[in-house]
Design a protein around this ligand. Structure first.
Ligand code: PMP
Length: 398
């Protein structure tokens, strides 16, 4: 049967500049070449078996139907208790805590709920890749500001200069992916001063809250008396409990903001899977499950850093997140995307080029390693990279 070409509907993309994410590209390339994958940010070790048992128990107890739209009450209460214990602010589980399908949905829903077409949203680059598409889909305008290089810190004078009467939202991410920097008390005070007396809201992506090192504390916006009332604070159990495939996160916000977020939430996902919510509520009762995380990840960061010390890579300081950044200018002047692809093909190690986190592809010749991996995986990646600067690995070693 002939198909009439004119019958094919024409679709005008809402995100014409968006292709396959760099994470999928690098993971596919890693699989193709049998590479050690330190690219995409997910652990390759198992989650706590008791968490798995709690999910099974929740299913057996009959928690298999739609839970409440805002989240299982026990989980909202557990989140509120944890946030109060860590950051000193008591959120009301009924009106200020919403469970979401991962942090990504919390971010997407917040931007969709709180911005209008034509509003400006300040986003710092390099940026986690979901922010800008979410802003564009909302019809709002991303205002992109670079973090300083190589420290990846916010230039508050530049932010002040970028604020206009149309600025509606500022997105901050600390600990920062991919910059690995952490906001200090002075940063939070600068943000508070800048937004004081305005209607500007803040979206604070804190999915790496338990990954700060060398005595550097995580300063949640939830714990800042002036910022919390204008902020949506986003967290992710995928990151915290090594279960990125579970996709359970949350948004904390004052009642007026939460009401708007829930208006959108109820028509995007409506609810988040019930057994996992019950399991997480029970698991959160034991603070050691998250109190021990900074030490756990600091050891992995140090292991990778020490193992790469003999290579010509220039490692940047890492104050937070589970990523380690490296400059490779001593080895090559290739663009980061080409260098990262060559590392997979010739050395069998997958990383992410930092240029992928900039809309305009700004390239400081930096790659990102994820160290949320088994110690053997980190050692093997470093072993393969010992030949860096001395030519590709001999055939057969991947
Ligand atoms: N924010 C940042 C900064 C992230 O790195 C990630 C995951 N890579 C997310 C949000 C998304 O978290 P989730 O998997 O819970 O949607």
């Amino acid at each position: 049967m002939m198909t009439d070409p004119s019958s094919t509907p024409v679709v005008r993309s809402r995100l014409p500049a968006t292709g396959t994410t760099i994470f999928s590209v690098m993971s596919a390339l890693a699989a193709q070449h049998g590479a050690v994958n330190l690219g995409q940010g997910f652990p390759d070790y198992p989650i706590d078996p008791s968490l798995v048992d709690l999910v099974t128990a929740a299913m057996r107890a009959g928690h298999n139907q739609y839970p409440l739209m805002a989240g299982v009450p026990a989980l909202r209460e557990a989140i509120a208790r944890k946030v109060e214990r860590l950051y000193g602010r008591g959120y009301d589980p009924e009106h200020e805590v919403t469970v979401t399908t991962g942090a990504t949905q919390a971010i997407f829903t917040t931007i969709g709920a709180l911005t209008h077409p034509g509003d400006e949203v300040i986003v710092f680059e390099p940026a986690y890749d979901s922010y800008v598409p979410a802003v564009r889909l909302a019809g709002a305008i991303p205002v992109l500001l670079p973090l300083g290089f190589p420290g990846y810190r916010i230039d508050w004078d530049a932010v002040r200069a970028a604020v206009t009467p149309r600025t509606r939202l500022i997105v901050v991410n600390s600990p920062n992916n991919p910059g690995t920097s952490v906001l200090g008390a002075d940063d939070l005070d600068a943000l508070a001063a800048l937004t004081r007396g305005t209607d500007i809201l803040v979206l604070s992506d804190e999915v790496y809250e338990h990954m700060t090192y060398d005595g550097c504390p995580h300063r949640s916006l939830a714990g800042h008396g002036e910022l919390a009332p204008r902020s949506v604070v986003v967290g992710s159990f995928g990151k915290t409990f090594h279960a990125t495939g579970w996709k359970v996160g949350y948004a904390l916000a004052p009642p007026t903001l939460t009401a708007e977020i829930r208006r959108v939430h109820q028509f995007t996902v409506f609810t988040v899977n019930a057994p996992m919510q019950h399991a997480l509520a029970a698991f959160l009762r034991e603070p050691a499950h998250y109190d021990d995380l900074p030490g756990f990840f600091a050891r992995k960061r140090d292991l990778l850093r020490d193992a790469l010390a003999g290579t010509p890579l220039e490692l940047l300081p890492c104050a937070g997140s589970y990523f380690l950044l490296a400059r490779y200018g001593r080895i090559s002047d290739e663009p980061a995307a080409a260098f990262a692809q060559r590392l997979v093909r010739e050395f069998g190690v997958a990383t992410i080029p930092l240029s992928a986190f900039y809309q305009d592809g700004t390239d400081h010749r930096v790659i990102r390693f994820c160290f949320a991996k088994r110690d053997e995986t980190l050692r093997e990646a470093a072993r393969r990279l010992q030949r860096l600067g001395r030519g590709p690995a001999p055939a057969g070693t991947g």
